[in-house]
Design a protein around this ligand. Structure first.
Ligand SMILES: [Zn+2]
Length: 468
């Protein structure tokens, strides 16, 4: 009997890992790192409940670290199978894993030097040398459409509209002549966002559905994203302040660059210097431009403008920082500017330095666009914290904190229901994953009310029978 185990993204939004066992084979779907509270972070250091050597294949829905960032640990622990992903996801995963290893080494070193870690000897989860063996296992799958991993596991990929290369996957399992169809939503994007196409709902009848529920309990803030951003930029610039945007280099950074460039071209905001403080942001942006099959119609139009030299992801005064010294030099910029820096949930990375510098000044603003998980500094800021613990001391929060879910890479509640409405038939079993308990339960109720399907909230480390 085929079965599924929730090894992550069950009761929380990170650590995506689903193990499928059927016909004597094991397949891992996604291999994400846990992020957020220290308790979740500790899970990254624990071994899997099964031996990674016994897993035959892995398949990735998209490149975000909470879906790929644990791959170096999996491979260190003996996994040797192929890891299928589409070319855009392979390219993004390559830069993300290298950057992740680098940041973990930097953070561990910094914590050691300053002695503020909870651990006596803070150590990185993995280092740069652990990433190459993972890259050798990555195997290209088509961007959309069918591909076979083996006789028993056949996939169809659909564009999920969440980040470049993001997919929803439909898996047909063949066991003893019987077929079971499992649909994984992956992370579902917002409809009508710039750059990327809309999410596409898989078209086969699903026996089992796993659906993400990040925003299962709410819709994003109302209002036009572009106008709201213009208003923040203008009021902060007028009072002589700066804007810090905590954002991962893949996804939100490109969305902000797109909107800022558009507002500059429409002369709705001044040309401020924009510092993208990430060694890999430029590579990620290049990939966004390179993979044209992901572009929506408007983006194609903008690119073909100016005699084919349209550059819609490039603001007029763009500064890229690669080294730590260049990053620190931004502290000396006292005139209005915009700083985009990781991590998106303020759990680590260079954005910490910028916030330490900019939070105490009421002229400044911080824009929170992405999901802020429980236990992260981002969540504390979102909930109105008056101080923030950074590098072992409390920093006063005087800057204006602006929450702008309009820029989120995730579908809000109504959009999740819109995606589900397009399924051709009710699934026999539905599990809500990738959501904090309140959000997953709210989506469960909404599904039962709207569609009268039975849906369950996935529980961490639970194993369930498929097609029972
Ligand atoms: Zn994601």
């Amino acid at each position: 009997m085929a079965k599924l185990t929730f090894l992550g993204a069950a009761g929380c939004v990170t650590g995506s890992k689903y193990l499928i066992e059927a016909a004597g084979k094991r397949l891992l779907l996604d291999c994400g790192i846990f992020q957020g509270s220290p308790e979740l972070g500790d899970r990254n250091y624990q071994p899997l409940s099964i031996d990674p050597k016994s897993i035959d294949y892995a398949v990735l829905t998209h490149a975000h670290l909470d879906h790929t960032g644990w791959l170096p640990c999996l491979v260190k622990a003996g996994f040797k199978g192929p890891i299928y992903a589409n070319p855009a996801t392979i390219d993004l995963t390559t830069i993300l894993l290298k950057d992740s290893a680098h940041l973990q080494e930097e953070d561990a070193l910094h914590a050691q030097q300053h002695g503020y870690s909870r651990h006596a000897n803070p150590r990185p989860l993995y280092v740069a040398a652990d990433v190459d063996p993972v890259l050798k296992l990555l195997k290209p799958a088509p961007r959309t459409g069918a591909f076979a991993v083996s006789a028993e596991f056949q996939f169809v990929a659909y564009d999920a509209g969440h980040i470049l290369g993001s997919t929803s996957l439909e898996l047909t399992i063949t066991e003893s002549g019987k077929k079971i169809v499992v649909v994984f939503s992956g992370d579902i994007g917002q409809y009508d966002q710039p750059i990327l196409k809309n999410p596409t709902t898989p078209s086969s009848n699903a026996d089992v559905l796993l659906c993400e529920s990040t925003y299962g309990d709410r819709d994003h803030e109302a209002g036009n994203a572009s106008e709201l951003l213009a208003a923040v930029v203008n009021r902060v610039a007028q009072r002589g302040g700066s804007i810090v945007i905590p954002a991962f280099a893949v996804g939100r950074t490109q969305t902000f660059m797109y909107y800022l460039r558009e507002l500059e071209d429409q002369q709705k905001i001044p040309h401020l210097p924009v510092y993208v403080d990430s060694p890999m942001a430029l590579s990620a942006t290049d990939l966004y431009v390179k993979y044209r099959e992901d572009h929506d119609e408007r983006f194609v139009q903008l690119e073909s403008g100016n005699g084919g030299k349209g550059d819609p992801l490039n603001v007029h005064e763009f500064h890229l920082t690669r080294t730590t010294d260049q990053s620190k030099a931004i502290n000396n910029v006292k005139t209005p500017c915009i700083i985009i820096s990781a991590s998106g949930m303020v759990s680590g990375g260079r954005v910490l330095h910028h916030l330490e510098q900019r939070l105490p000044d009421p002229r400044n603003a911080v824009i929170l666009a992405g999901f802020q998980a429980q236990g992260t500094r981002g969540r504390a800021l979102q909930e109105g914290a008056k101080t923030l613990r950074l590098f072992g001391h409390d920093v006063l929060v005087k800057a204006e904190i602006v929450v702008m879910g309009q820029f989120s890479a995730h579908a809000g509640k109504s959009e999740l229901l819109r995606w589900l409405t397009a399924l051709p038939a009710p699934p026999k079993q539905t599990y809500l994953t990738h959501g904090e308990p309140g959000a997953a339960q709210a989506l469960q109720r909404a599904i039962q009310d709207k569609f009268q399907w039975k849906a369950a909230v996935a529980r961490y480390l639970d194993t369930v029978a498929l097609g029972a």
